[in-house]
Design a protein around this ligand. Structure first.
Ligand SMILES: O=C(O)CCC(=O)C(=O)O
Ligand SMILES: [Fe+2]
Length: 355
């Protein structure tokens, strides 16, 4: 079918390039940004924590041991995997099946949900950030799922059939699990179990489904550039392909081993600030491959825009990381300004360095 006017003015979709042998220049990263480790070279360093027993009565030895592992993982990595988390395997598999069906729809069908400015959710290509010099090799669909009054059901596709109710259930279960984990972190900071959830005011949740089409030159590009998530905590489920990478020093990357039905949990900037830097905001990225497409579902738990960002606890000998309380909206604005600044700097500074 000939592209319509609207489609031709929209960004290039990686899926349209699946038959091409080389990638377009706007996806090619500078050499130092290219993947150093392949999507399927897995590393076991990331803690895998079973949550069985987490709901035991306070003081239970099992709960105590689980909490300890979570806290250690947050201090060391800001990232870990959870199994036995109580979210039904069937629900996760239904979600993946329906997400896959959506991405397999024709471009016309997907573009009906194209997320232009001001739309509460929908289909997008590459990156949330505007004006990026190099594009990410991905397409995604995003749901604005909580608070429920934010749901604009005109942005929730009726095709594939049944997707709406599965997303509703999935997002509810993810919200419950995230709050449970935030409870563990709150207690570790010596504040009441609900403290982090309350600090988010009316907790916001977005469910983002990433689809990374197979790529003819995966060594030259990234599915998703290195970033930290801005919010409090993220629950990520991924298929068995592999591609999520984490780092502790910003240089050595490891590929997180996919585990069926597990969630990769990572803390975002808000989680880090609220703990005064005790818990890390995990830097991560996604790489692609030439054999198969990959899918991941990131559920972001964020504070409300006007929620106050300030450490809930400052430990002895520490100074607060922030001079004064700010709103989450302000925190995000500063992050974005910094990210754009870093990009501009890199693009202008690199040629000088090479001289
Ligand atoms: O696809 C992945 O593994 C990572 C996704 C991610 O980091 C994100 O959507 O923020
Ligand atoms: Fe992320």
């Amino acid at each position: 079918m000939a592209p319509t006017q609207t489609q031709s003015s929209l960004p290039f979709m990686p899926t349209s390039a699946m038959e091409e042998q080389t990638i377009r220049s706007n996806f090619i990263r500078d050499e130092d940004e290219r993947p150093k480790v392949a999507h399927d070279v897995f590393c076991d360093d990331i803690p895998i924590i079973s949550l069985e027993g987490l709901d035991d009565e306070d003081g239970g030895a099992k709960r105590e041991a689980i909490c300890k592992s979570i806290v250690e993982a947050c201090q060391e990595w800001g990232l870990f995997q959870v199994v036995d988390h109580g979210i039904d395997a069937q629900l996760i598999s239904d979600m993946f099946r329906l997400c896959k069906d959506f991405f397999n729809l024709s471009p016309e069908e997907k573009y009906k949900f194209y997320m232009s400015a001001g739309k509460k959710g929908g289909f997008q290509i590459s990156s949330h950030l505007q004006g990026q010099l190099v594009q990410d090799w991905r397409e995604f669909f995003i749901y604005f799922s909580y608070p429920t009054e934010n749901r604009d059901y005109t942005r929730w596709p009726e095709k594939p059939e049944g997707w709406i109710s599965v997303v509703e259930e999935y997002s509810k279960k993810a919200m419950e699990l995230a709050c449970k984990l935030l409870g563990v972190l709150s207690e570790a900071m010596g504040v009441e179990r609900e403290a982090l959830t309350k600090a988010c005011v009316n907790m916001d949740q977005k469910v983002l489904i990433n689809c990374y089409p197979k790529c003819p030159q995966p060594d030259l590009t990234l599915g998703l550039r290195p970033h930290t998530d801005p919010g409090t905590i993220t629950l990520l489920s991924q298929d068995q392909v592999g591609g999520l990478q984490a780092t502790r020093d910003g240089e050595t990357w490891i590929t997180v081993k996919p585990i069926p039905n597990a969630f990769v949990v990572n803390l975002g900037d808000h989680g880090m600030f609220m703990s005064n830097g005790r818990f890390k905001n995990a830097l991560h990225q996604a790489v692609v491959n030439s054999e198969t497409s990959r899918m991941s579902i990131a559920t972001f738990q964020n504070p409300a825009q006007d929620a106050i960002v300030y450490p809930l606890a400052v430990r002895e000998g520490e100074k607060p990381m922030l001079d004064a309380p700010i709103t989450f909206a302000e925190m995000y604005k500063r992050k974005m300004a910094r990210d754009t600044e870093i990009q501009k700097f890199e693009k202008t500074a690199n040629p000088m360095e090479k001289k």
